[in-house]
Design a protein around this ligand. Structure first.
Ligand SMILES: CC(C)(COP(=O)(O)OP(=O)(O)OC[C@H]1O[C@@H](n2cnc3c(N)ncnc32)[C@H](O)[C@@H]1OP(=O)(O)O)[C@@H](O)C(=O)NCCC(=O)NCCS
Length: 349
């Protein structure tokens, strides 16, 4: 007779314990970029809301940014790296197909031995990662998961491109997800549409790059992606609010992908969020940092207004794939928790 399989004990819920962020040091102005694309500070501000974008120095890599954000999140969570059992990294600027970047990040942090893998869901990568972490913690498959969105997009920009390059910045945002005595991360409403893969993404693959002797860049069909972001993604956001058992007026903080301030303002209306909702506008200074965008927006709001800790926030990631993910989360408290000394993690700590 065959034996019965054992399963891991499940947790009643999961939550974001803390977030951390790191941005490129240099704030690049619109005026610096406008010349080669026949644009202007006024056009970029009025069409996108961007005043500057954060860009990293040549010697600061995507992994350096990811490490800095992760260390900040771990410190704020009061956890040691040895308490992580999984690292999930969302990025489109790790220029190796294999090995993945997440194991290197885990090793840099001192979480050697933790399970670690990359996900490629572009600007939806962080929200995909939070959805995965929530499921894994609730199932008992993991106790503490580090979810990181990190991109150094300046390594892919084309200064003569008017479709997307002028929007892009460099940064990383990280969250530590752990067990909770009740659900504090709502169900992910996520999806994709590969039929529209050509709307936004890398222009050529690496075989074409080698053959042509040119480095790949990003391109988008801005107006069609804009409409998708406003109309289709707002529907997904409403579905995520409903899946959490809430109504749009109960959302206190809106954390959308920082792609365009006009998209964000349209989404507020179409989702039906309250006029009092606190809206993340990190894009104005940081620009679009792809996978880092939602966690960096969260990090800034918690830093600027610690009172928002504990509030109900709608996270919304969308971009190349096309891919999107939305979920409602209870924000972690701002500031630092008491460090624990390593060893086995306390349930619901
Ligand atoms: C890229 C984006 C900012 C362009 O703004 P837009 O308002 O849609 O602009 P359009 O492409 O319709 O062009 C409008 C006019 O501005 C011009 N224009 C386009 N890009 C320009 C630029 N970078 N600088 C100056 N002028 C520009 C066009 O030539 C056009 O001129 P015309 O009216 O004389 O023909 C916008 O479409 C966008 O943000 N798209 C979605 C981004 C997104 O969500 N991406 C997915 C996640 S990364």
């Amino acid at each position: 007779m065959k034996g019965a399989l054992l399963s891991q004990p499940a947790n009643p819920g999961a939550r974001i314990l803390a977030v951390g962020g790191a941005r490129g040091d240099r704030l690049v102005t619109n005026a610096e970029l406008a010349g080669p694309i026949d644009s202007s500070d006024e056009w970029i501000r009025s069409r996108t809301g961007i005043a500057t974008r954060a860009r990293a120095a040549d010697d600061q890599s995507m992994l350096d940014l990811a490490e800095a954000a992760s260390r900040a999140a771990l410190a704020a969570a009061g956890l040691g790296p040895d308490q992580l059992d999984l690292v999930i990294l969302g990025s489109i600027t790790h220029f190796l197909q294999t090995p993945a970047a997440a194991p290197q990040l885990a090793t840099r942090l001192g979480a050697s031995g933790a399970a670690a893998f990359d996900i490629s869901a572009a600007c939806a990568g962080y929200c995909y990662g939070i959805g995965l972490a929530d499921c894994l913690v609730r199932s008992g498959a993991a106790t503490h998961v580090l979810v990181v969105g990190a991109d150094k997009l300046s390594e892919m920009v084309d200064p003569t491109d008017r479709t997307i390059s002028f929007l892009l910045g460099d940064g990383a945002g990280a969250a530590v997800v752990g067990p909770s005595e009740r659900p504090r991360i709502g169900p992910a409403v996520w999806g994709s549409d590969g039929a529209q893969a050509g709307r936004v993404g890398q222009d050529i693959d690496y075989r074409q790059a080698v053959a042509g002797g040119v480095w790949p860049t990003l391109r988008q069909d801005g107006p069609s992606v804009y409409k998708w972001a406003v109309f289709e993604i707002s529907k997904a956001a409403r579905a995520a609010i409903a899946a959490a058992g809430l109504t749009p007026d109960q959302i206190e903080v809106f954390l959308p992908h920082q792609a365009n301030l006009r998209i964000i303002e349209q989404q507020v209306k179409r989702i039906g969020l309250s006029p009092e909702v606190i809206v993340a506008r990190d894009i104005v200074e940081t620009g679009n940092t792809s996978a880092a965008s939602v966690p960096l927006a969260t990090e800034r709001l918690l830093r600027d207004d610690p009172q928002i800790g504990g509030k109900l926030a709608l996270q919304l990631g969308f971009g190349a794939g096309l891919a999107y993910a939305a979920q409602v989360v209870e924000l972690p408290p701002a500031g630092h928790r008491q460090p624990t000394a390593g060893g086995p993690a306390t349930p619901f700590d």
